[in-house]
Design a binder for this molecule. Sequence first.
Ligand SMILES: Cc1ncc(COP(=O)(O)O)c(C=O)c1O
Length: 376
Amino acid sequence: MQLPPRKVLLNPGPATTTDTVKTALVVADICPRETEFAEVMRQVRHDLVKIAGGSPESHTAVLFTGSGTAVMDAVLNSVVPSGRAVIVINNGAYGERLAAIVRCYRLPLLELRYPWGEWPDLAQVEATMKAHPEASHLALVHHETSTGLLNPLSEVAALARRHGVGLIVDAISSLGGLPLDVRQENIDFLLSTSNKCLQGMPGLSFAICRRQALEEIREVPRRTFYLNLYQQYQHFAANGQMQFTPPVQVIYALSQAIREYFAEGAANRFERYRRNWQTLFAGLKQLGFQTLLPLERQSPLLTTVLEPDDPNYSFDKIHDACYRRGFTIYPGKLQAERTFRVANLGAIDYHDIQAFLRALEEVLGEFQVKIPVIYH
Ligand SMILES: Cc1ncc(COP(=O)(O)O)c(C=O)c1O
């Protein structure tokens, strides 16, 4: 099979994949109800629990066909009992999305809003738990992909544990790329997808669930037909199958991506991503770029860059010229500031980042943007 030319994706997923993951999509046609496919799915679910630090006795992986938002929707609509509420920490676009989903189901929402890129006020988080015993769960984003902010997960997790509040963590852009342990943090529902730090294909999202927390949602009213967590869990428990058609080829590709994850080793993957980020950050600084976040809040996965004030600078032009050279950068999401984003996850290494930095410098020169770039 002739493979297409390799591209370096510096958007935060779907990420660059290996050729072996790409070719794993090509399998003999198979009915997903066959035991042969059920075995692939069983192994994938088992491995996902392991990657998240869970144990098969106390945790299980519930898979959904759909992008990351599908599992956010499924978990939020399925875990909150009637008359109870959810606390959502909103300090970025994905915290905003968690809150929007809760609102969409008209569930009682206790939204703690902070400026994008700021950490939550832990005293306020705790005061909210104390003042609202009706709050059954708290949801937060581990790595806010909208800015590159890493939230203080352990601190929030400790508060949730102390006050008996269930913990939902959106680790969609961090699982597999940063150390994360559902047992250590006492996470009830950890959400992620196949196509970011796990380096698989898009189309599958999943929740790593504490089994006991799943049993506790048995009586929660069913608020949606398709994306119901308990229903899906029951199907997996009964016959190892999804309730509806699974994305068969995407699961084969994920199975290959997981093999590659274990072959690389978690610590080596974290280190590769960290080195990518260090190379990127140093290179951007050398070109004079300013970045949004102070280092203590900055993840080693994605950097938000402030756009220079040079009249010759245009994101679209820079993007297109980088794209023609095989590098994809990503627009910013902030409203108040003009920014763009560069992620460094996926099947790429620091040589790719160095090549990107050379391309970026060349492109800036081509458009006569002053280097080091200027800010007023
Ligand atoms: C932290 C986080 N949560 C949720 C999502 C939503 O995932 P999707 O766009 O795959 O639905 C993303 C996607 O980038 C994300 O980074």
